[in-house]
Design a protein around this ligand. Structure first.
Ligand SMILES: [Zn+2]
Length: 187
């Protein structure tokens, strides 16, 4: 049972199949935002490694879909509800939304440390019918642990001090929710 918040480091993002903008490919970058205040936590928008990926559909086999890997530097610490925007940089340098998705770090599978979204589970719904996005499109987010002891299945009062400090307001929010649930269960 999930009982507490948890801190994770975003390690890399793997995008399977290449969205086709203007009939070609795309120059993807990622924006990671806090679900609490929508502050930008991380983006690789200005990275020198940003490059255009061409869509060579028809050239490859269906067994080996092309992949784009975004290696995340700076080890951003994530906790709680996190929003992601996968963007395409146009030739004029403008950002265009490919899709958006969200997760809570407590619900990242503890064994795989990976969270997957498909064309059907990203927003907006229009993506599902978007001809520029392949039906096999998927995004895999890979995470690293910050703490080797704390897990979201531990009760709040068993989290280590360092994690509690790192998570700040998130722990307070979970305490409030726990109190509400405890009161309900008592009646
Ligand atoms: Zn800890």
């Amino acid at each position: 049972m999930i009982q507490s918040p948890t801190v994770k480091i975003l390690d890399k993002i793997e995008i399977t199949t290449i969205p086709k903008f203007k009939g070609e490919g795309c120059t993807p970058y990622i924006e990671v935002l806090s679900g609490r205040d929508f502050d930008l936590i991380y983006t690789n928008k200005n990275s020198v490694n940003l490059k255009k990926h061409m869509n060579t559909e028809g050239g490859g086999t269906t067994h080996q879909q092309p992949k784009i890997v975004i290696n995340v530097d700076k080890d951003p610490l994530l906790c709680g509800d996190i929003y992601f925007r996968l963007m395409h940089r146009t030739s004029s340098g403008k950002g265009k939304l490919i899709c958006r998705f969200a997760l809570n770090t407590s619900f990242i599978p503890q064994d795989e440390k990976m969270y997957e979204f498909t064309r059907n589970t990203v927003d907006p719904d229009a993506v599902q019918k978007d001809q520029r996005i392949h039906p096999a499109f998927k995004i895999r987010l890979y995470f690293k642990d910050v703490c080797s002891k704390c897990e979201p299945t531990l009760p709040l009062d068993q989290l280590c001090r360092r994690c509690v400090e790192l998570m700040g307001d998130e722990v307070k929010t979970w305490k409030v929710i726990k109190n509400i649930l405890d009161v309900r269960l008592c009646h």
